[in-house]
Design a protein around this ligand. Sequence first.
Ligand code: 5GP
Ligand code: ZN
Length: 111
Amino acid sequence: MEDCIFCKIIKGEIPSSKVYEDDQMLAFKDIAPKAETHLLVIPKKHLKNFNELADEEETLLTAHMMQKIPYIARSAGLSDYRLVTNNGAGAGQVVFHLHFHILGGSSLPGF
Ligand code: 5GP
Ligand code: ZN
């Protein structure tokens, strides 16, 4: 996707602080952290949002990402964390390349 900021991060055209990478996914620090530790976890395949990850052909990618997230959080020193995805503009999604927010490092307010 030409104009996708996260696709540009994947291609190395925009710098990022990577904390995990494999052939299918990438995790990096959020540029404007909303918690002491704020990571973004994205698939290398451009999917618009969580709904697209639910497509049947993405079953293996879904499993892979869900299984790596606890490892990524633990590697960042987090035992407790919040996992969030904003699905759609009405839910606060601004970047339309699927991403999971990992938030932690200090006590988070409940909601
Ligand atoms: P959304 O609101 O779409 O769920 O979250 C998008 C997130 O991407 C925001 O937390 C924002 O700070 C982060 N972000 C936007 N542009 C960049 C960037 O160029 N680099 C990094 N590391 N994070 C970004
Ligand atoms: Zn993209």
